[in-house]
Design a protein around this ligand. Sequence first.
Ligand SMILES: [Zn+2]
Length: 480
Amino acid sequence: MGSETPRFAFTIDARDGKARTGRIAMRRGEIRTPAFMPVGTAATVKAMKPESVRETGADIILGNTYHLMLRPGAERVARLGGLHRFMNWDRPILTDSGGYQVMSLSDLRKLTEDGVEFRSHVDGAKHMLSPERSIEIQRLLGADIVMAFDECPRPDRAHAEIAASMELSMRWARRSRDAFDTGGEHAQSAALFGIQQGALDEALRLQSAEALTEIGFDGYAIGGLAVGEGQEAMFATLDFAPGQLPEKAPRYLMGVGKPDDLVGAVERGVDMFDCVLPTRSGRTGQAFTWTGPLNLRNARHAEDPGPLDERCSCPTCASYSRAYLHHLDKAGEMLGAMLVTEHNLWFYHRLMQAIREAIGEGAFADFANRFRQDYFTGNDLRSGSCGATLLPTWDCGAQTHDFVSFCRARQRAGAHSRGHRRRRASRRSAGREVRRARDHPQHQPLARRQAGSDCRPAARRGRKRAGHRARAGRSGGADL
Ligand SMILES: [Zn+2]
């Protein structure tokens, strides 16, 4: 980009209802919004070369401060020329503040006004993260978009606790702003985002938004969602939260989400997203398609010569069959993870592109309805009689995938049997809360949980299980 490119400039090109489409101009390149950011936790978007990530349509990727500070270390990355050079990605990078992962991943946390003291989950070494240290690490990495250091409480905590946590995060936001502004050259070329907290409470969210606006940031993130509250509660919060934030700045919903989450959040005024879902799913045989997610491990794919998605123009779909991908997954071949990850990122970015175009044409409501129609019923389910339309209320992707596979298998077998009809009826009558409790990833075996679709699976869903997580694949919004 030329020297005329501003440090950070957000232009809204079109609006349709609450949805907006536009561009963020930064020195390392333009970010088209609504934007999806693939997660590159350990300085790599797993199973993908950076040039292939770019080819999927990514304008920006996310790096995890917590993981990079522990390994290989921010100072080392800085000595090697910064994260962009280190990982060979020359476009914008957003780094999170590390706060979320300290809370969800590390052991022996001690939270004070100053910051958080914790032990690394890698080697047990003691570390301290404060607003000042978090900003310093993000500067050493050379992040283009820096996130303020915050605390993300679980939404089921008492109101007073959530209020106190939000107020602490707002004091930390002020300190993050001051630390960023004294960052010399980096402050002249990077941007700083504040993070709204307040869980599901409208008044606390407003108080948080006002505190952040008073401090002033380049963009505003909506934090504290996608932490196990379920889509319905998340959307209910997004009905008011984005509108509380400055209209002229980008709004970033952290850690979201499933394709239908993205469409629903854009409808409510969100401009940016990040999620491990397309990449993590790519390693567990889960593929996203315009007609819903599919589980490649299902035996029905074993002799299917068709592509993952008839409508997809990605390199995987151009050359590889479901049968081959099924085989690679069964055989544990790494090429399987690479090909499905590539398809999933391609799908996510085609979805974002379609969203941007629909908003530009003033046809986003139609697009969203058509998307949901196709995604939740699936073109394999031509009779339209399948209970898969129940899916929007489900919170657990692993169940979703299995149920879609189940329905499609039955469909292909020729009919919905009486047993299936009974099962469908009982699912309908089961009551949402009961289903959620039963299907919740914490109640699933680990392998199943890891295959699940929530961006932040076990990590924030109950700290009392921290011991289990310590031994069994914790995640915390990072793509591990
Ligand atoms: Zn594809």
